[in-house]
Design a protein around this ligand. Structure first.
Ligand SMILES: [Zn+2]
Length: 391
């Protein structure tokens, strides 16, 4: 691209020095509206296109800086796991792939666990980095979720999972699949400790991650336009041989069908989280008076948030006035809703158990009958069904 590269012989080029070349990643094209976005603009808006509001992927470091109060948080070391236990190799060794991803991202694996406050409330965040091997979930990620959940319980903090993943890490085979039930148990522990468990579904949340901890939050928040699903749309299309509805697997589609509770723009994410956790834990929280979506330290000037609490905070020198207390009705409603959701979940669990028990009893009975009457292939399923239908 550079005339230096194209027309100057190599020896002179080395003399001039290649470092002076203008980086070709100076700007990026918005994948949605195809307008040119300068990296400085993108950075200032946390990777949101300021023309069409498309949410581009956001590196973990910036996401954490965006969410935590004053951009400050404490990183939590995740337990070390055995690397490449299967000695896996496809086109490339798994260990080589890992090294490359580690060098590229500066991270040890696809998950980052951080502790801090949002709106003055204690939280533990487990965030995925999609650029680390597609955010795939292997043993290290599983360990990360478990550790995050444990730290949340220990500190009586809310647990927030932010997946961005293509699914299980196939290079770890069965060991990656077993992370699905493991992470489920981990987040179940958070719920049993009566702490909020919130999931922020970002682009993309697919595969084994969407089939485990990412879909069992107390509240499911999604970023606009995020792809959320299990198998990719093309795979499903080829399997069912039908035209898929428009917007299939987008956050908006899932909101319409009840899989997602709310779609929240990056600029409003922090205050939404503070409000949600405040309501769920019945604690007062602070709202970020700054116009969100702008990095700390950037001058907001005349831009003031129109929110009631925020304007109070802007005009007042007294910081305590920014503290928002949920009114009694809101609190009661939130508390009630949460209790209902949890008791419904318990009921489903119990029902599942009793169905399984009945099925087992029916099966054993039919086995006993089989011994007496000789083998009968039809009796077994019929009796099992009968046993379960009696409830
Ligand atoms: Zn755009």
């Amino acid at each position: 691209m550079n005339w230096l590269t194209n027309f100057i012989p190599p020896r002179i080029r080395s003399f001039v020095g290649e470092q002076k070349e203008v980086p070709d990643n100076f700007w990026e094209k918005c994948p949605a509206c195809e307008k040119m976005l300068f990296h400085s603009d993108l950075g200032a808006h946390y990777n949101v296109c300021h023309y069409c509001n498309h949410h581009l992927r956001l590196p973990v470091k910036e996401r954490l800086a965006m969410l935590f109060d004053e951009g400050k948080y404490e990183l939590i070391e995740t337990p070390k796991v055995e690397l490449d236990p299967l000695k896996f190799k496809d086109k490339e060794r798994y260990t080589d792939r890992m090294k490359r991803s580690q060098a590229k991202t500066g991270l040890r694996d696809a998950i980052t666990i951080a502790k801090g406050t949002i709106g003055g409330l204690d939280v533990v965040v487990a965030a995925f980095n999609f650029s680390f091997m597609g955010g795939s979930m292997g043993m290290a990620v599983g360990e990360g979720i478990v550790k995050g959940a444990e730290i949340a319980i220990k500190n009586k903090a809310a647990f927030i999972a932010i997946p961005a993943s293509g699914g299980a890490r196939m290079q770890e085979g069965m060991l990656s699949l077993i992370q699905m039930p493991r992470t489920m148990v981990a987040v179940e522990m958070v719920k049993e400790a009566k702490l909020p468990y919130i999931v922020i579904l970002t682009d993309p949340t697919t595969g084994g991650v969407s089939a485990s901890f990412a879909m069992v939050g107390d509240v499911h928040i999604a970023e606009p336009g995020a792809q959320i699903g299990f198998a990719g749309p093309n795979v499903i299309k080829d399997t069912v041989r039908e035209q898929l509805p428009e917007g299939f697997q987008t956050a908006e589609h899932l909101l319409k069908h009840g899989m997602v509770d709310m779609i929240v723009k990056r600029s409003e994410m922090k205050n939404t989280l503070a409000a949600l956790i405040g309501l769920m834990t019945q604690k007062p929280y602070t709202k970020d008076p700054k116009k969100n979506g702008k990095k700390n330290g950037e001058k907001d000037g005349a831009e003031t948030d129109k929110g009631k609490a925020a304007s109070g905070a802007d005009s007042s020198k007294d910081k305590t006035k920014a503290v928002v207390e949920a009114n009694d009705n809101e609190r009661a409603a939130a508390g009630q809703a949460l209790t209902q959701v949890r008791s419904a979940r318990e009921a489903v669990k119990k029902l599942g158990k009793s169905v399984a028990e009945r099925a087992k009893a029916g099966y054993e009975r039919s086995e006993a009958n089989d011994d007496r009457e000789g083998p009968s292939t039809e009796a077994r399923p019929a009796k099992t069904a009968e046993g379960t239908a009696q409830s």
